[in-house]
Design a binder for this molecule. Sequence first.
Ligand SMILES: Cc1cc2nc3c(=O)[nH]c(=O)nc-3n(C[C@H](O)[C@H](O)[C@H](O)COP(=O)(O)OP(=O)(O)OC[C@H]3O[C@@H](n4cnc5c(N)ncnc54)[C@H](O)[C@@H]3O)c2cc1C
Length: 425
Amino acid sequence: MSRSHIAVCGAGLAGIATAYYLAIKYRQDHIVLIDKLQPMSLTTSKSGENFRELWPQTCMTLLMRHSLDLMQALADENDNVFNMRNTGYDFVSQSSDRNILPSWQLADSGGPGAAVRLTDLEEIRAANPSLSGNIRQIVRVKHAGAIDVNALGYLLLTEAKRAGVEVRTAAVQYIKRTGPSGFCIDVESGTGTTQLNVDKLVIAAGPFVSHLAGMLGIELPVESIPQRKFVIPDPCGVIPRDMPFTIFADPQFLNWSDKEKRLISADPEFRWLLEEFPAGLHIKPESRQQIKLGWAYNRERETPKWAIPDDVDFPNVVMRGASRFIPALSQYIDKLPTPVVQFAGYYTRTRENWPIIGPLEGEGVYTVAALSGYGTMAACGAGELCADWIMGERLPSYARNFHPERYGDESIKAEIDSLESDGQL
Ligand SMILES: Cc1cc2nc3c(=O)[nH]c(=O)nc-3n(C[C@H](O)[C@H](O)[C@H](O)COP(=O)(O)OP(=O)(O)OC[C@H]3O[C@@H](n4cnc5c(N)ncnc54)[C@H](O)[C@@H]3O)c2cc1C
């Protein structure tokens, strides 16, 4: 039997960042970071690696702004080893309505999170000649871009280990409370099951957060929905190499011929292809003349599995949707350049799409979870916030919005009930 003061269960980017801030900011020793898999190999490795400061609600904007500041400081101190680059986000729309991103904080105090609206059609064509002539506006987010998530995680992990964090490859099988503030964790590794006694526990298990919390009888209001992206070569050079991360801000019906529509409507399994798809299809250039596309149109939650099979229809559905705003992509529909590399992971999220960070029921147990489709950009801010809670330190204003028991607070509940947009991409 061994003793650690704090166990962080889950070495995705959120768990790693939490261990990092406990060890580096708060100089805690006796921290063990446990994962059944190699660190970062579950959801974290599926990330599109994009970041933006623009969000619909102030609490989310503030969390992201702080998280990006932490990342920028790490980049500056470490020769930018994780290649943080401000390549921008362009939301494009066929509408000239000011309200294409309802309630998003476009004019957020003129700060770095502010976005600019381009409505001059000549300027729009010049900004991106591959866009459809139907695009009538671009909302350009200034503080937005991409990183190398694996390199960021590796940096945090290396520094955390140097500061004494122990990393264990083992599956958490069972957690039992041993007193008012103490836990016994059964962990299973290749060499058998061992027990670990700790004073404090952080559940950072990504899609399996409910499973681990359930071991302590705690229910969390999260659901997991598989989402995907894929990378293909762009042999015809459709996407300019300097194009920002570009998001179609309009919902759409996919373009089908009348014959295709008849065939699809005759087959109940495929009828969903005729329904309206949500806004948010995104595309960006990748290295080596490749492009990466994603579209979180799936709304079907499921009980998380450790591996998600490829969806053979997904790349062609996305390509068809993308040709709506980048017409030259239509040459790739049903003729995708190969290899097609697909990545699938869960958006584990709350109904309002805010994370859950802070203390759970009872003493000594915390979580940093439900990071949905934004955990790469939020991880530093979220991990630091979880460490602040554990250490009983001063909390930022937005901490209450992300508290696991926020739904009991009438004013927060009213805010959640009135949300127009959950900011998901
Ligand atoms: C397709 C896709 C695209 C995305 N794109 C972006 C993006 O562009 N920008 C962005 O900011 N975010 C993006 N995200 C979101 C981001 O990837 C996630 O929010 C983030 O990776 C979540 O990190 P995590 O540490 O909470 O979870 P995970 O990375 O899933 O880590 C949880 C860890 O817990 C471990 N674990 C679970 N159960 C146990 C157990 N019983 N015992 C031991 N270990 C256990 C797992 O093995 C895993 O390593 C995307 C996600 C997906 C799916």
